[in-house]
Ligand binder design. Sequence first.
Ligand code: ADP
Length: 585
Amino acid sequence: MSVIGTVLLNSVSNFYSDEFYAQMTDELSEDSLLVSELVSALSSATYAEEMSNILDSYSGMLGIDRYRDYFILNMNGEMLSGSDMSQEGTMELTGNVIAAMQRLPSARNAYGSTYFDYALYLTNGAQECILYIKDTQGEMQQLSWILFSIVLQSLFFGMVIAVVLSFFLARAISRPIQTLTKGAQLVASGEFSHTIENHSDDEIGTLTDTFNDMKTALKNTIDEVDGERQKLRTVFSYLKDAVVAFTNDGKVLHINQSAMEFFGKSYDKNFDLERMLDLLNISFTDEEISAMQKGRSKDVFSENGIVFHDKVLNSTKVVDVSFGEIKYVKENKTQIGFITVLHDVTNRYELDKSRREFVANVSHELRTPLTSIKGACETVRSDAEMPEDMRDYFLGMASDECDRMTRIVTDLLTLSRLDNNRTRWNIESFSIEDAVKHICDVLRVDADAHNHELSMFINGHLPNITADKERIAQVIINIISNAIKYTPDGGKIDVFLDAYDKFITVSVRDTGVGIPEADIDHLFERFYRVEKSRTSETGGTGLGLAIAKEIIVAHGGNIKIKSKLGAGTLVCIVLPVETALKAEQ
Ligand code: ADP
């Protein structure tokens, strides 16, 4: 509107200016009637008045009105007559008047002047004067003002309409954008359940639909990734193997539950690769560490990475440790760390150890009697003249050693059957009270021989129990025999029988030598004897308690030993009244 207004006002100004000068040039040309009349009026003495009258009659053609006046000036520029005599004396001498005074033609005023004027030099040879026409541009200014105010009004209304329209347009555009922004913020904060409503079919509507689709796709992808991560985390945390991921500079990146339990108190906030290597007593060269950090462990170590076998951790656990087989890689494939897996092989290690010990023990236990037998036989053979009683002594000794070997082999066979579940159980119901009484009666001879006082105490009424009578008797005999064996002569041996709930207990207490605390936990191990010398005299094999434990546990019971060195021992057997064992298994 401003540009149009400016162009319009300019055009009006140009139009008026052109019109004025065209009119003046037309009407006041040298050969025009008006000019010739004016020139002839010059010969009159009152030429100014006459000229004024002529001009009045031509005022319509010259456009004389309240904005345009004519004046008759003398050659000094003084007003002789005119359409508005009030300007006499105040009229300025414009460029055109001065030009006329110098008898020159009138010129067009410069653009931007505040009036149009035209001065015409007139002469009849004797008399001369100047016809001066001046337009104040009042009409033009009025029209310009009207146009200007129209433009201004249009501008104002246009602006008001534009503001109102912009407001509605802005609302129509910004509201869905605001909703979209809010939706995007919600998605950014992890809230995916919210769906953005779409009320339009335009570009913003398409954008909203696309955003909703994108959000659903994003949620599905995140759910999938989350699910996978959850799965991995669950697998990772339930792994029995300890897994620790380290960064290249040896800081812990991730550690699973098993690993924390593995390291126990050694795992704290300062735990790092160096500490772990220390704990496992593993040392790497600088070259090996740098190879691992660069993910080139296979170049330095074997194809399967680095595996250390049977490393002892905290002197209780034995582990196989693998290093650097799996690498943590980022998208750009640079290694940011490596994983170590600690596989607990304590059980296998212990089993191997006890198997080796067992074989060594069996060999040792069998070799001792064999050496004695061979020695006795060779002594008898080498001396044909040996007296009868001496020969009997050596042969008796060989026979005893044979019995001992037989006992060991029988015990080993019993244990082997128990181990392989090949024991044929003979389950029957019997009175435990009668059975223990009978055993005490049988062993009393032995006890008396050592001056032991063997007593039996029964607490209340004991129910009949179902069990393998012979094997339970074998266990009780073994325990009372041990009490007799390991109690110095003249001791006291008490057997207690008791019942509670669905269990009965048989306890044997002696006032014997007792067992050192450190040995108590090992008493049920095969061939375990407190002091080899202590038992070899008594003919023990170290298998009795192991067999006893297997039999009692098979029946669903338990056996415990309490002892104090030098003060005596208490062996307690707990048996269920009804065993779960089936007969003839
Ligand atoms: P053994 O045939 O050598 O007696 P056991 O398995 O019955 O084998 O016993 C294992 C070891 O436990 C024995 O060698 C003995 O040192 C110790 N022991 C068992 N019973 C007693 C007890 N009542 N008093 C002291 N030591 C005992």
